[in-house]
Ligand binder design. Structure first.
Ligand code: SF4
Length: 180
């Protein structure tokens, strides 16, 4: 069994990486992280977050596969939803884009299971993300590893690890709309 974990950013990955690495029963032959990032604005911010993830990856020994930064593709998919609030339809499309890209990579690599760190954030709808992830995994012939990472104080643990490691912690979700 191989797991591809879609990773939205380093702080949100900190606790999931710890849980996966320290699990007493280790069913995974391989765990890799996958970073989408084309939703992030501006490019400097993408680089800052990608660097933080590289650092976390080295500390935890979990490889990260970064996707090339292609913001035009992301903007094209959401440009009709500029006025949507956070947690609205634009975010649903954004989650789907990220999870579909992760699923494509998982299929390419012959990975069996798909998961995401997005469910760690108290600001995001974990049930919706899980449903989208399960649908995308099923359509791609993958098994959805449905984890709600924020359970059992997962979010607090991620904040704690991020502070201990001095990880860059952003103040907005990622896109230009959330920044504004
Ligand atoms: S607020 Fe976050 S989840 Fe919503 S569209 Fe922007 S980057 Fe994506």
């Amino acid at each position: 069994m191989k797991l591809l974990l879609h990773v939205c950013c380093a702080p949100d990955a900190a606790a999931p990486f710890e849980v996966l690495k320290n699990a007493e029963k280790k069913p995974w032959e391989e765990i890799v992280g996958y970073f989408y990032g084309s939703n992030i604005h501006p490019a400097d911010e993408f680089i800052r977050r990608a660097d933080a993830l590289k650092f976390l990856s080295m500390r935890c020994g979990i490889k990260i596969l970064p996707r090339p930064y292609e913001p035009d593709e992301w903007f094209a998919a959401v440009s009709h939803l500029t006025d949507e609030p956070e947690r609205g339809e634009r975010c649903n499309i954004c989650f789907s884009l990220q999870l579909r890209a992760a699923a494509e990579e998982a299929v390419k690599r012959g990975t069996s299971h798909l998961c995401t760190t997005l469910t760690i954030s108290p600001h995001k709808d974990a049930a919706l993300i899980s449903r989208l992830g399960a649908e995308i995994a099923e359509r791609s012939g993958l098994i959805w590893e449905g984890r709600i990472w924020r359970k059992n104080n997962g979010f607090l643990r991620s904040v704690q690890i991020s502070k201990e490691l001095g990880l860059y912690r952003q103040s907005y979700c990622g896109c230009v709309y959330s920044k504004n």
